[in-house]
Every structure is written in C-alpha cells, then in structure tokens.
Design a protein around this ligand. Structure first.
Ligand SMILES: C[S@@+](CC[C@H](N)C(=O)[O-])C[C@H]1O[C@@H](n2cnc3c(N)ncnc32)[C@H](O)[C@@H]1O
Length: 165
C-alpha cells in the first residue's frame, strides 16, 4: 500500500499509541473482492453490488451450521492497511475535520470494519456475498446473523452528515 493512500492529511491529528495492545485476535479467514487499490473500493457496502467471496479458514467451518438460513449477515473485518493513531480526521470526500469515533473511516485504534451483507451462497467454507467495501485479501474477524428486528433503527441520525459545513 503506498503511503499516499493512508498518509496523514492536513488538519488531521495523530496521537502516541499505547506501548502494548490489551488483547489478541484470530483472523478467521480472508475476504476476496475485486478491489486491489483503495481508490477503487466502494466507500460503503451499499455502493456496489459486486459479488465477493469470504474464504473462512476451514478450522472454523463447523461454526457455519445454520448460517445458510440467514438472508443477511454482519461481517466484521480488520482494515489491515489503516493507521491506528488518528483522533481527528479529514475524510477526502467530506473535507471537514471530524473525530474518529464520529466516522466510519478504516483509521481507528482497532481498525474493525463492519458491513451488513446479503448471503447468496454457502459452499463448504466459502460464502458468496454482496455488500462489501474492502480491499482484496482483507482479514475476516467475525460473522454474525443480521437481525432486522433488533439491529435496524430506522429513525437513527448522524447529525453532521446532514450539515454542509
Ligand atoms: C469507509 S470504510 C467503511 C468500512 C465499513 N463498511 C464500516 O462502516 O465499518 C471503507 C473504506 O475503507 C478502505 N479500506 C478498504 N479495505 C481496507 C483495508 N484492508 N485496510 C485499510 N483500509 C481499507 C477503503 O478506502 C474503503 O472505501
């Protein structure tokens, strides 16, 4: 990944990271997508209807029992190319400075991303899905069923997103 793809922009603020992480995690698979460079990636999972493949490490395959009954899943993935030390960011497509925790940017202390995807097919340890926005080869960290009954909050707002400042 070239530095210009994830370098600190004017107006962004970085901090010193703690010396040690507090926990470890397991990458449980890799996500195969058509996008090799950040500039080609959709900004969010709704921007593309490309079919992507989740390659689950076969050791976790038994955990997929009943997943085929789900129409939609929440995928959690690790934005392995993103910086982890930014607290204020200036997203290129908005141009205003925002706090990291008010953004869906991949740059965050723990670069966890999520998307609600539509499950098209499950064969062995491979899932075909629509609704992703990550680079090819991005590590997968979890899969959960999407419950429209509890996960959907239709009246939710992100105030700054409506403002034009
Ligand atoms: C704005 S984030 C949204 C991620 C996720 N849908 C979320 O809301 O948590 C999506 C962007 O992250 C960047 N990205 C994709 N894969 C990445 C990776 N492996 N490491 C770092 N950044 C990545 C691309 O610029 C992509 O457009």
């Amino acid at each position: 990944m070239r530095n210009k793809d994830f370098g600190v922009r004017d107006g962004e603020v970085a901090i010193e990271l703690p010396e040690q992480p507090d926990a470890g995690l397991y990458f449980i698979g890799r996500i195969r997508t058509p996008w090799k460079e950040r500039k080609d990636c959709p900004k969010n999972g709704r921007e593309s209807d490309a079919v992507c493949t989740v390659e689950l490490d076969p050791r976790w395959r038994d955990g997929l029992k009943d997943v085929e009954t789900c129409s939609h899943l929440v995928l959690f993935y690790w934005m392995d190319k993103a910086p982890r030390n930014l607290v204020r960011q200036v997203p290129g497509h908005y141009g205003a400075q925002r706090g990291t925790f008010a953004l869906r940017s991949p740059a965050r202390p723990n670069p966890i991303a999520m998307s609600v995807v539509r499950l098209l097919n499950l064969e062995g340890a491979r899932l075909s899905v629509i609704g992703l926005d990550c680079l090819d080869g991005t590590p997968l960290i979890d899969i959960k069923p999407y419950f429209a009954s509890t996960d959907s909050v239709p009246e939710a707002v992100v105030g700054w997103h409506k403002r034009k400042d």
